[in-house]
Design a protein. Structure first.
Length: 365
């Protein structure tokens, strides 16, 4: 059995820290908490779980803080979490099993990061991260804002998931970090331009976001997946500023990098044609979104809604407008599996059952 050090950086996390630690305290062998300037009860709560609580002055650099936290680890492997992360019960069981069986020759274990969950428990955003890493490899964090752990060697993919349960969103925090980089004259990498574009988009600066995504795409270097989503996110910005033509061209541009369609792209193309009332074309793209095979080893962003309930709900609407009510009802029922109490879906169900003459006893709730 291998041993595990948990390493965390925290600041003003009194609302969530105990929730996080309760899900891993019986699995890890050591808990290291690095506080970067809390003014609430965070440190007090941390000390209920461990006496290994340390302090690090916040310098606006997440990678520096995470690297500092790794310095205190003494066990075979390091597990890192954020205070608003948890391991659900099934993932706790999986992690315990992994700890019992992990071959010590493994340098890193990747896990899913369920970065968003909707009110029905559906994962809204998922991607992989190197989550459990061998301490003596001295892997380091890079990037002062959207940081990443630079890992190499013998890496395996697990089906364990860390689930993010955010209480609040730090609006503008990351954007200000990027602005300081610009003010200092720092050279931006393709990755910087991609994530800066995301921050601009999320804060409503759509024209500036488009410009940042374009700079990512103009650079030959950089991760291909970031370029796929630069196109997709750029298309969202064009839609939000009303440039329908460039929205569609940006979506098709993503195929240059992805090589094959993605549900995230297909559903957006479907919505483009749906808004134009070109329902047959919309149906084609929505249907394709539901049929594409999911790759469990994919590292880049996956938004499961675009392959599941969302295209089915829109297919319901499209088929209704095409006067094909049985197909409309069928797709609404498929969407209802994922969102059983969604008011839109329940409205469609009631409307279509009246159209089709289906009684309440004929349909299952």
């Amino acid at each position: 059995m291998v041993s595990i050090s948990l390493c965390m950086i925290v600041k003003n996390e009194e609302e969530v820290l105990a929730r996080c630690l309760d899900t891993v305290k019986d699995i890890v062998d050591e808990i290291n908490i690095i506080d970067t300037g809390s003014t609430d009860r965070t440190v007090e709560i941390a000390k209920r779980f461990t006496d290994r609580v340390y302090y690090f002055e916040w310098i606006g650099d997440f990678a520096a803080a995470r690297n500092e936290s790794f310095k205190y680890a003494t066990k075979d492997y390091i597990l890192y979490l954020d205070a608003d992360d948890v391991l659900l019960e099934e993932d706790q069981i999986k992690l315990k099993k992994l700890k019992d069986t992990l071959n010590p020759s493994i340098d890193s274990v990747s896990m899913y990061y369920n970065a968003g969950i909707d009110e029905y428990g559906n994962v809204t955003l998922q991607y992989r991260r190197n989550r459990l890493v061998k301490r003596n490899k001295n892997f380091t964090w890079k990037g002062d804002c959207h940081q990443y752990l630079e890992v190499y060697g013998n890496i395996i993919n697990s089906d364990i998931a860390v689930t993010h349960k955010k209480v609040r969103h730090s609006v503008g925090r990351n954007l200000s970090i990027y602005q300081k980089k610009l003010d200092r004259g720092d050279k931006f990498t393709p990755r910087d331009y991609f994530y800066y574009g995301n921050e601009l988009r999320e804060n409503g600066y759509y024209d500036e976001a488009i410009e940042s995504y374009e700079k990512n795409l103009q650079m030959e270097e950089g991760w291909i997946e970031d370029k796929v989503y630069s196109c997709i996110n750029k298309a969202d910005c064009y839609r939000l500023v009303g440039n329908v033509k460039k929205e569609l061209s940006s979506l098709f541009e993503s195929f240059q990098y992805s090589k094959t369609p993605r549900p995230e792209t297909c559903s957006r193309i479907g919505y483009h044609f749906q808004r134009k009332r070109e329902y047959d074309s919309a149906v084609y793209w929505y249907q394709l979104a539901t049929e594409l095979e999911h790759d469990p080893n994919k590292w880049s962003f996956t938004y499961p809604a675009y392959a599941t309930w969302y295209p089915h709900l829109q297919l319901c609407v499209c088929y209704y407008n095409l006067q094909q009510f049985e197909k409309s009802y069928s797709h609404n029922e498929k969407a209802r599996v994922y969102r059983p109490k969604d008011e839109r879906i329940l409205f469609n169900k009631n409307l279509l059952e009246k159209k089709l003459g289906v009684s309440e006893t004929d349909s299952s709730d």
